[in-house]
Design a protein around this ligand. Structure first.
Ligand code: SF4
Ligand code: SF4
Length: 222
């Protein structure tokens, strides 16, 4: 998500009005979210670690596929009967809290990517709790190795954009299909080793020549 008001952009060491008394019985942002909670490779690595299921197994229920500008991306699936995330427990708590996806950690913040890198902004009125307390963003995110994580997110954002541009430029269903197969296989379907560092595994996948093929727009390499 982009925010054109650069004065409102914040870094991980900035404070923002985010504290909501541990959500105090509210689970609004785990319900009725459509397919907006997109999942990146780090999210899949964390979900694999949390529930011991591969991407293909996760696709059978709690996650779904979503198309964004021609690129297929997984997203949290809202359950048909409840319109809630499948990880939401009966008492309204996240059953995978310590492994929850990046967009869940972020809410009610958005991410902005520009020449200054990744920064954050508050999605005003997104959370129904009105009287929020000030919290440092990096504390709110509760994520280890935050500089590495932010670097990964920036690379990931750029990669998706470049592949989406290639898909648009080629304008053929055949190219889009090939690019999506390579993209999904490389970053999602091939299981991660959750005992090993995520970032090393991601970097090695990023260096895969099939990925270079789709970024370079070469159908032959795909
Ligand atoms: S809407 Fe706000 S208070 Fe409710 S669960 Fe989400 S972050 Fe917490
Ligand atoms: S993964 Fe957890 S925090 Fe995210 S939508 Fe599902 S229940 Fe809510």
């Amino acid at each position: 998500m982009e925010n054109n008001n650069t004065e409102m952009l914040l870094g991980a060491n900035d404070m923002a009005k985010l504290g909501c008394n541990d959500c105090a019985g509210c689970s609004d942002c785990c319900r009725g979210m459509g397919d907006s909670i997109l999942l990146d490779p780090y999210d899949i690595y964390m979900l694999q670690a949390a529930v011991g299921q591969t991407f293909s197994q996760l696709l059978r229920d709690p996650i779904d596929l979503h198309v964004e500008d021609g690129l297929i991306l997984p997203a949290i699936r809202m359950q048909e009967d409840t319109d809630a995330c499948g990880f939401l427990s009966k008492d309204g708590r996240c059953s995978i809290h310590s492994h929850r996806p990046g967009l869940c950690r972020l809410f009610p913040l958005g991410r902005n990517y520009d020449e200054q890198g990744l920064r954050y902004f508050v999605l005003e009125d997104a959370c129904r709790i009105g009287s929020r307390t000030k919290v440092k963003i990096k504390k709110w995110l509760e994520i280890g190795q935050l500089p590495k994580y932010e670097q990964f997110l920036t690379v990931w954002h750029d990669l998706k954009k470049r592949i989406q541009e290639q898909i648009a430029e080629h304008g053929s269903d055949e190219y889009a299909q090939k690019a999506n197969v390579v993209f999904l296989e490389t970053f999602y379907q091939t299981p991660y080793d959750t005992e090993q560092d995520f970032y090393l595994q991601f970097d090695s996948r990023l260096a895969n020549e099939r990925i270079a093929g789709i970024i370079g727009g070469s159908p032959a390499a795909v």
